[in-house]
Design a protein around this ligand. Structure first.
Ligand code: MG
Length: 456
């Protein structure tokens, strides 16, 4: 008996020595970022016409967030914010999206999630729509990604191919591999590429970023997805994305990586409502893409990490895309960049459902598609102050922003408006420039319309 006790003690001591010697396993991260998906476009967020069984199951196995904010209501600035943990204006990319003639992009001096994790030994890949600069040195492979496969800007930005056709270009790493890609095959090709990356890197920590091309218009899909939804082609396209998420989750399960992998699903901005049935739905939220009402900037967000992120939970604590970098840094046990200001905060306690966890921020700022500061949220209150008119909403009782209560709360309006002015001045003074090639055309939309106010 005594011998057995000693043997057991020796074994325990040996096990303790091993665990003390072996570094803790680093978790993997998969971020799936749709394009122009509305808050109301998934079954688990209330869509009655789009079937998303894989995302619904992901939500039941993880946590569904109902106040997840992106930092711009349009593509490029929103992507810049996700990858750097900064408001787009802080890094010079606040003024609308990048067009094919442009020669600027995310400054190579910025630190992305990929740069940060790659330094810590992660394998990194970007599969999908980049939209942060389509020439060197602004490409994904210049920003911490070991590899890139996808279209470098929006799928409606068609350029002429050598054979006279007009289409979207497809790139691998820094080379154009198809000047006119078959867009109906894009989501399955991205999925295949993503699955291949997961299989190849099963034995080392990885970061996989999948910024989907869709459901941005023009919409494309193919059999077996075509004609399957009750919401026309738009629904078919979202159902294709749902299938893709299912394939990624299935692969992680097969590889035995479920407990070691956090998967985050969200979108860059709200639905493009002026596209009518080719655009999505913001569900109960007001307005959509391009606006600073909730429909433009509040997104579905699901996080799944079995054993770490509570299953079947709905969390209304506000956080957002700017918090993803600091949150991943904390979960990976790496330091976020310390030599510059980040706007994002570590939201890991909220994501992991730590008892008593507070949202990572007291306030969130709403910048327009052109980088003009339109609003601020503090607790339940949101002030939109645009062109001298004030709208105050209580988002806890009025998520649809139907009741402007500004006249009932003059003091609060004045305080929030002053806070907006102060923050914008502070941010503008400390803003870092985007990257620009010599002779680059000006940043901002070509043929700017008068109502498209630039940041001051
Ligand atoms: Mg978008």
């Amino acid at each position: 008996m005594k011998g057995r006790v000693i043997a057991a003690a020796a074994l325990a001591a040996a096990a303790a020595a091993v665990s003390a010697a072996a570094p803790p396993e680093k978790p993997n991260f998969v971020v799936i970022f749709c394009d122009d998906l509305g808050y109301g476009d998934l079954g688990c967020y209330g869509s009655p016409t789009i079937a998303t069984p894989n995302l619904d199951r992901m939500a039941s196995e993880g946590t569904k967030f109902t106040s997840f904010m992106v930092a711009s209501p349009v593509c490029s600035p929103s992507r810049a914010a996700l990858l750097t943990g900064c408001y787009p204006k802080r890094i010079g990319l606040e003024d609308h999206v990048i067009f094919p003639p442009h020669r600027h992009g995310l400054n190579p001096t910025e630190v992305t999630i990929a740069t940060m994790l790659r330094k810590a030994g992660y394998a990194t890949a970007c599969v999908g729509k980049w939209h942060l600069g389509h020439v060197k040195p602004f490409l994904p492979t210049d920003h911490g990604f070991d590899s890139y496969f996808g279209i470098p800007y929006s799928n409606d930005m068609m350029t002429p191919a050598p054979d006279g056709r007009k289409g979207a270009i497809l790139m691998r790493d820094d080379k154009v591999v198809d000047p006119c890609v078959d867009q109906a095959a894009l989501t399955p090709r991205y999925t295949e590429e993503a699955v291949k990356f997961l299989r190849a890197n099963r034995d080392r920590p990885f970061f996989l970023y999948v910024p989907h091309t869709f459901p941005h218009v023009p919409l494309f899909t193919a059999p077996p997805f075509e004609g399957t939804s009750k919401r026309g082609l738009y629904g078919d396209v979202v159902q294709t994305l749902d299938w893709s998420v299912g394939e990624i989750l299935k692969t992680l399960r097969e590889l035995g990586l479920d407990e070691r992998t956090m998967v985050l699903f969200t979108s860059d901005n709200g639905p493009w409502l002026i596209m009518n049935d080719r655009g999505g739905s913001a569900g109960p939220l007001r307005d959509g893409k391009g606006t600073t009402y909730e429909g433009g900037m509040r997104e579905p967000c699901i996080v799944r990490w079995p054993g770490r992120v509570p299953a079947g939970r709905t969390c209304s604590g506000p956080w957002g895309s700017i918090d993803v970098l600091p949150t991943i840094a904390r979960l990976a046990g790496v330091e976020p960049p310390a030599d510059r200001v980040l706007d994002g905060r570590d939201a890991s306690a909220l994501v992991l459902g730590t008892p008593g966890a507070k949202p990572p921020r007291e306030e969130f700022f709403y910048f327009s598609a052109f980088g003009r500061l339109d609003g601020v949220r503090e607790g339940p209150w949101k002030l939109r102050s645009v062109g001298g008119s004030n709208e105050l909403f209580n988002l806890e009782t009025d998520v649809g922003e139907r009741f402007n209560v500004a006249t009932n709360h003059a003091e609060l309006v004045a305080r929030l408006a002053a806070r907006m002015t102060a923050f914008d001045a502070e941010l503008t003074a400390a803003a870092r420039p985007c990257g620009k090639l010599p002779g680059a055309p000006p940043v901002g939309p070509p043929n700017r319309k008068p109502q498209e106010t630039k940041a001051p």
